[in-house]
Design a protein around this ligand. Structure first.
Ligand SMILES: [Fe+2]
Ligand SMILES: [Fe+2]
Length: 182
């Protein structure tokens, strides 16, 4: 593999130009999640001040797909793990404080994903440990480690109000779906 700076920059620009393909991949692998009762519960919930949990989840999936051009990762796993990772943050008032939120919402996300019967070890690791290092237990897979970065990059760019309408289109695509997971 060529690790020269020029080569990596070319790949990065090429990858950024392939966002449409990424959004199609998210719709393809995440269709049932996007339309699920659990996801629709949090889709419009405010998140990172200017964003929503739904927007943020698709955004994290897109950043993970971008990273997968440089580090070999299974696209289906990273889309599904990303879409599930914050599903458990519903009913924010039920958390005691921000530390309790950080510790408890990944557990609730994992529970919701587990109930569908489609979870594997990689997705579980992504969901359970995405708050590391705020929470102490570290990820054990590459995908689990990368989502800790993607989650923070997404949060910062959402806070800076970088908005991509194509993410709204992905969310709309799940709105009317008959859902096999319910
Ligand atoms: Fe989270
Ligand atoms: Fe998140």
């Amino acid at each position: 593999m060529d690790y020269s700076v020029d080569f990596r920059l070319v790949r990065l620009f090429k990858a950024l130009g392939e966002k449409d393909r990424d959004y199609k991949t998210i719709e393809e692998y995440g269709k049932d999640i996007l339309g699920s009762k659990d996801f629709r519960k949090i889709v419009g919930q405010k998140h990172h001040i200017f964003s929503t949990v739904g927007y943020h989840s698709v955004h994290v999936a897109q950043i993970m797909l971008l990273m997968s051009r440089f580090f070999d990762m299974d696209e289906k796993d990273i889309v599904r793990g990303s879409l599930w990772h914050d599903v458990g943050i519903y009913d924010r008032d039920s958390f005691v404080d921000s530390m309790d939120t950080a510790i408890e919402h990944p557990k609730r996300s994992l529970e919701a994903a587990f109930e569908t019967g489609t979870l594997d070890d990689t997705q579980s690791d992504m969901i359970e440990h995405h708050m590391w290092p705020v929470t102490h237990e570290r990820p054990v897979t590459k995908e689990g480690f990368f989502i800790t970065i993607a989650d923070k990059v997404a949060a910062v760019t959402e806070f800076l109000k970088f908005h991509d309408d194509r993410i709204d289109a992905v969310l709309d695509s799940g709105a009317g779906e008959e859902n096999a997971l319910d």
